[in-house]
Ligand binder design. Sequence first.
Ligand SMILES: Cc1cc2nc3c(=O)[nH]c(=O)nc-3n(C[C@H](O)[C@H](O)[C@H](O)COP(=O)(O)O)c2cc1C
Length: 76
Amino acid sequence: MIANGGMHDQDLAQKLLSTGHADLISIGRAAIANPDFPNKILYGRETQRFVPEMIKPELTLTNTMEYFNKSLFFST
Ligand SMILES: Cc1cc2nc3c(=O)[nH]c(=O)nc-3n(C[C@H](O)[C@H](O)[C@H](O)COP(=O)(O)O)c2cc1C
């Protein structure tokens, strides 16, 4: 079972996984806003909030990175 929608909420995602209500979680908008979302969660880094302007004029990594300062992504 894959839980989808709002799974960027760590407490909710963890609850669904730990109770067996979900086997996997999917991340949509949070992954667009944070291509390194799993690492940010793993290392406790601040995540960026999704805004529709990130995918204009179309959804590409380049456009999303141009929305932000590129240094925000893929840092270690
Ligand atoms: C830009 C964008 C494109 C999407 N395209 C599709 C799609 O082609 N097919 C689909 O089933 N869901 C699509 N979705 C929905 C996501 O897969 C997901 O169900 C939705 O964003 C809720 O998850 P989230 O709260 O993690 O964003 C899209 C969502 C976004 C933001």
